[in-house]
Design a protein around this ligand. Structure first.
Ligand code: ADP
Ligand code: MG
Length: 286
């Protein structure tokens, strides 16, 4: 009867767009205490858009677009789209260097240029005005990147990635089932808190470097079994580390490979459904 129950369970899941890739996760589901979620592309749409540019917008975009041409980060796509929409021709850049969790550096017109968050600034100083503006934008749930040349910031770009329409309901359901909900993100603390508040998540772990996500999952596992939901390259180790790894179908191949469950509809509400289905299936197998 065991394989039959598993087949029925997985078949039912597949009809709902929930792929249970390996039966092993089923054993863990009963004891899951915490659901940890990535932000970009998991809780949010993953389609960030430029909303504000501080500084000479043409100059800022020209330089930022030059730097982002080498990057596949969703923020890079947002900046390139904005440059295109505004008919801004990017400067020429070379010697690109992606700085994990921080941004991009390159040489533009023989000078060192950068685009990225405050961690990339090192000893580059910013004015109090600029800092106040940054805080204001971040409190509006906008990710802020600085654009600079020659150790000097020439402007800021604010980028917004709205929560999926169903994320709030999804999190309310998980909480109603007594699960602890946590957001784990590489984005800034203020932005993460603003999004968390919008969707009702009560715990935020922000400013996490890509290589450190799995370590945070391991830490959370001290309080019981953990399900991790993610979509990015940087989520793959956390998906593997978690007791139940749940990948978004829209995610990168490596995330999908690392997840034991894949949500084909990319709807966060399917996390609760997947847990429920797995529980039922497992209890039938037992
Ligand atoms: P996430 O968890 O949102 O996927 P990442 O680790 O990919 O986080 O990025 C964290 C932060 O690093 C971004 O919010 C941004 O501030 C900065 N960053 C990373 N890549 C870029 C880039 N190509 N351009 C500008 N900023 C970047
Ligand atoms: Mg993501």
């Amino acid at each position: 009867a065991t394989p039959t129950a598993l087949m029925v369970g997985t078949g039912r899941g597949a009809k709902m767009g929930i792929l249970i890739k390996n039966g092993e996760v089923l054993e863990e589901v009963n004891d899951v205490k915490t659901v940890v979620m990535d932000k970009t592309g998991t809780i949010t749409n993953g389609k960030p858009e430029v909303t504000d540019i501080v500084g000479d917008s043409q100059q800022v975009l020209k330089l930022a677009a030059a730097l982002e041409e080498s990057s596949e980060h969703p923020l890079a796509t947002a900046i390139l789209d904005k440059a295109k929409a505004d008919n801004v021709q990017a400067d020429k850049a070379d010697s690109f260097q992606a700085i994990e969790g921080k941004g991009v550096e390159a040489i533009v017109n023989g000078q060192k240029a950068f685009v990225g968050n405050d961690k990339l600034l090192n000893d580059v100083k910013i004015s109090a005005d600029l800092e106040n503006k940054m805080v204001q934008l971040q409190n509006e749930a906008k990710t802020v990147v600085f654009v600079g040349l020659n150790q000097e910031v020439i402007g800021m770009i604010a980028i917004q990635d709205a929560p999926k329409a169903t994320s709030k309901e999804a999190i309310a359901t998980l909480k109603a089932r007594g699960l602890r909900t946590v957001m784990l993100t590489g984005d800034n603390e203020r932005v993460a808190q603003a999004i968390a508040q919008e969707v009702g998540i009560d715990e935020v772990i922000a400013d996490v470097l890509p290589g450190d996500k799995a370590d945070h999952v391991e830490e959370l596992q001290k309080n019981g079994k953990v399900a991790f939901v993610g979509d990015g390259i940087n989520d793959a180790p956390a998906l593997t580390m978690a007791d139940v790894g749940i990948a978004m179908g829209s995610g990168t191949d490596i995330a999908i490979e690392s997840g034991g469950i894949v949500l084909m509809k990319n709807d966060l509400r399917d996390v609760a459904k997947a847990l429920e289905l797995s529980k039922k299936t497992f209890n039938r197998i037992k």
